[in-house]
Design a protein. Structure first.
Length: 717
């Protein structure tokens, strides 16, 4: 062991040696300072603390010591020395930094005491120790930094802390808790009561209960509440509480106190945005009218209300007539703008509390309540029709549609909202069928009929696909020569279960449906095929085909007919004749006479069927360029017994002469009918008295029999 000069120069006593051992064991540096001469001696540990060996530091004086001290600490150290020397401090003790051999500073706690005084009262010798306190200092610094960090992070997170000592009643707030409350520790003394008072009433009630629970039952909490700062600003806070218990009794409450105003504001914004989104889920973006979702809600409300007030709700299904054409001819932008404007018009035609919803392309639904009686709604319905047919100018173009409206009333129609809509829709469909631009009231019987009709139509569609239709042919003769002048093709349904069905059993269903056009084309094609197969045989006679009014008025009727005829190069002009009903010919005389003229160009002639039942005026007859008038069988059948009918037949015959038309009688059932007609000047006949309608395959045989013996028979038998 190395010792300093002074400590080793004298012979050591046992005591001294023991002391030295202790000193070395404790790691304490020891110094011995001759204040007067400045000579400073020390032990090895003293030198080691600052990285040296004893020899390296020799000679050590007060000056060299001072020069190794951190500049900031010298003054402090000197001050302490003065105070000790003056007797003010019993012990000289100071924490200083000394430069280490490797140039960093080492914290040292140096303490010492004057052990010898000069006669003049000044110190002569001082003894003391050096203790390396670097580590302790480091820890202290870390603690301070950590403390500062905590404060800082609390500030950033806006999380404060609090502690309530239940034994002393003392409440402690961290700096951030003060900041959250906009209070200063030096001005505000937190107490439980004061803290609670700042909460808004509803929150105060909650926190009071929660605190009570914590104190008395040891139950913690985690709450989001509203409070005021000391400056009266409202903030949202989260406050939690943990309970520390001793022997089962709460002794201390600790928790955080967090300003969550921002988060709450974001949450509120989100909730608002959500509500806005909900709103958009209920409205049609194009017209800003309620959509289907909101509609069913409004219907439900109106229905509930109507029951309470014993009133009626009208549900009107509105479909625009002719909107598709606008869309098709001017594009979707114009279409959209048109819808926006028409929606506004419709909305204005309703009353304040009524709902107008858009549920599809050009489909709207109006829910109107508070009618004492259904008929009270008629004025509004009329107003809606008017509104829908207002002329609107879009991009400089005047555009106009109309509306078909179907209406049903609740509770008269005591159905669910969905069913009510379906009923109104059904009625709207009827309004369309009845000619559009009108409203139609839903009718249960009509609904059932429509449903059945729908099913039957489906069955007929299938029949067409499965080729269950067939044509029967009924001969027409010249009463004078008994020559067969033609055949009328009459449709039959060869039903797999019900057998051969006459047109009366299924044509009325087809009547208004587009399927009748397809069936009609099938008839024309089949007749053409038949003509083709009998061409240049004895059976080669003109065939007449009945044309339904719908088919006749179809826009490309002539065009399609031309295509069909083209398929049969052997087709000879005037071998095909169309029979059209007098009533349908009259309804649209312009169009029909046009069609007749065009068909004439194709070599197809016309007969006016069931003539006499449609009350044609002379002027009309003049304008219809037909070849034949076909006297309705009801007159023919009665002509022998009823003079009125006979007179009518005579009239028709006169008329046909005047307009240079041929006339044929149908329903000629007996030879007497034939003779009478011939005598009246009607030379052509068709009826059971000649032959009943027959399958095409039977015609060759019938014809040869007829040619052998061309005599009318009694067809009533
Ligand atoms: P329609 O064009 O006036 O045809 C004459 C109808 O009178 C036929 O009935 C025929 O069988 C029946 N009939 C002919 N002579 C006599 C007779 O002496 N006594 C009696 N009691 N009846 C006689 P059918 O075949 O039942 O046809 C009924 C109606 O169905 C036709 O009347 C025609 O308007 C329509 N029809 C028939 N086939 C077609 C078709 O292919 N297309 C269209 N659109 N309608 C058709
Ligand atoms: Mg006919
Ligand atoms: Mg007829």
């Amino acid at each position: 062991m190395t010792t300093t000069k002074s400590l080793t120069s004298n012979a050591k006593s046992v005591n001294e040696e023991r002391l030295e051992l202790v000193i070395n064991a404790t790691g304490v540096g020891v110094w011995d300072w001759q204040v007067q001469t400045g000579e400073l001696t020390f032990n090895q540990r003293w030198a080691e603390i600052i990285g040296y060996s004893v020899h390296e530091l020799q000679p050590m004086t007060y000056e060299t010591w001072a020069s190794n001290l951190h500049p900031d600490d010298l003054a402090v150290a000197k001050d302490k020395l003065e105070k000790h020397w003056s007797g003010e401090l019993d012990l000289y003790e100071v924490e200083v930094r000394m430069r280490h051999k490797r140039l960093h500073y080492v914290w040292i706690l140096t303490s010492g005491k004057v052990v010898e005084w000069q006669k003049n009262g000044k110190p002569k010798r001082m003894l003391g120790t050096h203790l390396d306190i670097t580590e302790r200092k480091e820890r202290e610094r870390e603690r301070i930094i950590a403390g500062q960090l905590l404060q800082e992070s609390q500030k950033i997170a806006k999380v404060g802390g609090w502690e309530l000592n239940l034994e002393t009643g003392l409440l402690y707030w961290t700096a951030e808790t003060y900041r959250i409350h906009e209070a200063l520790p030096e001005e505000f003394d937190p107490t439980v009561d004061a803290g609670v008072d700042y909460f808004l009433p509803a929150s105060r009630e909650i926190i009071t209960k929660a605190l009570d629970e914590a104190v008395n039952n040891g139950v913690g909490y985690d709450l989001e509440l509203e409070t005021l700062t000391t400056k009266g600003r409202k903030i949202d806070v989260r406050t939690t509480c943990n309970v520390t218990k001793k022997n089962g009794i709460a002794v201390c409450l600790t928790g955080i106190f967090q300003d969550i105003s921002n988060e709450k504001a974001i949450q509120r914004n989100l909730e608002e945005a959500n509500a806005a989104l909900q709103l958009s889920a209920h409205y049609d973006p194009l017209t800003e009218l309620p959509n289907r979702v909101l509609l069913s809600d409004r219907m439900q409300q109106a229905m509930t209300k109507s029951v309470r007030h014993a009133q009626s709700v009208a549900i009107a299904f509105i479909d625009l007539d002719g909107f598709k054409e606008i869309n098709d001819s001017y594009g979707h932008d114009v279409g959209d703008e048109f819808l926006r404007k028409i929606a506004r018009e419709l909305k204005y035609s309703l009353r304040e509390g009524d709902t107008l919803a858009r549920i599809g392309g050009d489909e709207f639904v109006a829910v109107m309540d508070e009618f004492s009686e259904p008929k009270d709604s008629h004025t509004i319905l009329a107003r809606m029709l008017e509104a829908a047919s207002v002329e609107l100018v879009i991009l400089g173009r005047p555009l106009k549609v109309s509306a078909s409206i179907g209406v049903t009333f609740y509770p008269q129609n005591n159905s669910s909202p969905d069913q009510l809509l379906r009923c109104a829709d059904q009625a709207m469909y009827r309004a369309k069928q009845l000619g559009k631009n009108r409203w139609h009231l839903f009718d249960v019987e009509e609904d059932v009929a429509l449903k059945n009709k729908h099913e039957e139509l489906e069955r007929l569609r299938l029949a067409l696909q499965n080729q269950e239709f067939t044509l029967f042919y009924q001969p027409k003769i010249d009463l004078r020569s008994k020559e067969v002048i033609g055949l009328e093709a009459l449709i039959r349904w060869d039903h797999p279960e019900r057998g051969i069905l006459a047109p009366a059993a299924f044509l009325p269903v087809l009547d208004q449906d587009v399927l009748s056009i397809e069936v009609g084309e099938w008839v024309i094609k089949s007749a053409l095929k038949q003509l083709n197969s009998w061409r240049l045989t004895p059976m080669d006679v003109p065939i007449s085909v009945n044309i339904s009014p719908l088919q006749l008025q179809h826009t490309d009727f002539v065009f399609r007919l031309e295509r069909m005829i083209e398929e049969f190069p052997l087709f000879s002009p005037n071998s095909l004749e169309f029979e059209i009903l007098e009533s349908s010919a009259l309804k649209n005389i312009e169009l029909v006479s046009g069609v007749i003229r065009e068909c004439d160009r194709l070599g197809v002639t016309f007969a006016i069927d069931d003539f006499g039942t449609g009350y044609s005026s002379l002027t009309y007859l003049k304008r219809l360029p037909a070849e034949y008038l076909k006297i309705d069988q009801s007159f023919v059948r009665e002509m022998l017994t009823d003079t009125d009918n006979l007179a009518i037949i005579q009239g028709i015959i006169e008329l046909s002469k005047a307009f240079d038309l041929k006339v044929i009688a149908e329903g000629v059932e007996t030879p007497l009918h034939g003779e009478t007609l011939e005598s009246l000047g009607c030379f052509f006949a068709q009826g059971y008295g000649v032959a009943k309608p027959m399958p095409a395959n039977d015609f060759p045989e019938w014809l040869s029999l007829w040619n052998d013996n061309p005599q009318l028979v009694d067809g009533t038998l």
